[in-house]
Design a protein around this ligand. Structure first.
Ligand SMILES: Nc1ncnc2c1ncn2[C@@H]1O[C@H](COP(=O)(O)OP(=O)(O)OP(=O)(O)O)[C@@H](O)[C@H]1O
Ligand SMILES: [Mg+2]
Length: 272
């Protein structure tokens, strides 16, 4: 066990992919970072910089080339129930109904009686606005709805850490706004620790306690923006109209834009 007090700790985490010809592509530079319990951390950065790879490393879906990730002092060595993952290419079980899919997230909660599991599943279904579709099979609902099912299922499983990689990317603006608010409420009510990836800078500033801005590949931390020092923890959409919000948004956008321009301008070899 570590005694650093960090909930999630990245210790010199690095990832190099090698192809069949032995060509090596460094995707994550040795990355050291700590995330506190209950913190909402958003990763942003140029496309292809390595964000998904970092998320997969935290989720235990990828093995580091060197370094490690610790969650509550324990080294991540594979996927586990304590890590709830929602990725952009969401998955649902086509042979189950919408309700069945969400209920499936509670499969391993042997501590709960069936009626309680039903109640929790209904609660999360309601949270993502799909109560009316509870008995529909997955094949009969839209892509955005399937994504909401996947989100509800992950939340219902009550993981220690939520890892969300562009989870709202494919949703319409209103649903997206609703889920952003609900996710913040959930975090505030249940103190969940969240790592969230997005390309949408408004979404990043709205949700984050902290924004980690990554460089172009290989990903390293360009800036650690402490949003919670500037914006209140309880937020409504109105916060987006405030001067501090707009200032943060400009700052983060400028960092990403400069980074994209810098890599486009010179170092093509870094991209191919
Ligand atoms: N399994 C793999 N083998 C080889 N290269 C990979 C593998 N997975 C990812 N990469 C490469 O690693 C780099 C980073 O990919 P990653 O998906 O982590 O980026 P990202 O920041 O999530 O991008 P985006 O913003 O577009 O989602 C890319 O160049 C990608 O081609
Ligand atoms: Mg990605």
């Amino acid at each position: 066990m570590t005694r650093t007090g960090a909930f999630i700790e990245f210790r010199s985490l690095a990832k190099i992919f090698s192809d069949h010809r032995g060509r090596r592509t460094p995707v994550v530079e040795p990355l050291s970072l700590t995330v506190a319990e209950g913190e909402f951390v958003v990763f942003v950065g140029p496309s292809g910089c390595g964000k998904t790879t970092v998320m997969r490393l935290v989720g235990g879906l990828e093995t580091p080339t060197s370094g490690e990730v610790l969650i509550k002092g324990r080294k991540v060595e594979g996927p586990s129930r304590e890590k709830g993952m929602v990725f952009q290419s969401y998955s649902s079980f086509p042979w189950l109904t919408v309700f069945g899919n969400v209920r499936f997230g509670l499969k391993y909660r042997r501590d709960l009686p069936p009626a309680e599991k039903d109640r929790i599943a209904r609660r999360y279904l309601d949270l993502v606005g799909l109560t009316a579709f509870a008995d529909f099979y997955i094949s009969r609902i839209s892509g955005g709805m399937r994504q909401r099912v996947a989100i509800a299922r992950t939340l219902a499983a009550d993981p220690l850490v939520l890892l969300m990689d562009e989870p709202f990317g494919a949703l319409d603006a209103l649903t997206r706004e609703r889920l952003q608010l609900q996710l913040l409420q959930l975090r505030n009510a249940e103190g969940k620790t969240v790592i969230f990836v997005t390309h949408d800078v408004d979404e990043a500033v709205f949700l984050a306690d902290r924004i980690i801005v990554f460089s172009a590949r290989p990903a390293r931390v360009l800036r650690d923006v402490r949003v919670s020092e500037v914006l209140p923890r309880d937020r409504t959409m109105e916060v987006m109209e405030t001067a501090p919000f707009r200032k943060l948004r400009r700052e983060v956008l400028a960092l990403i834009r400069d980074e994209e321009t810098r890599t486009e301008a010179g170092t093509t070899e870094a991209n191919f």
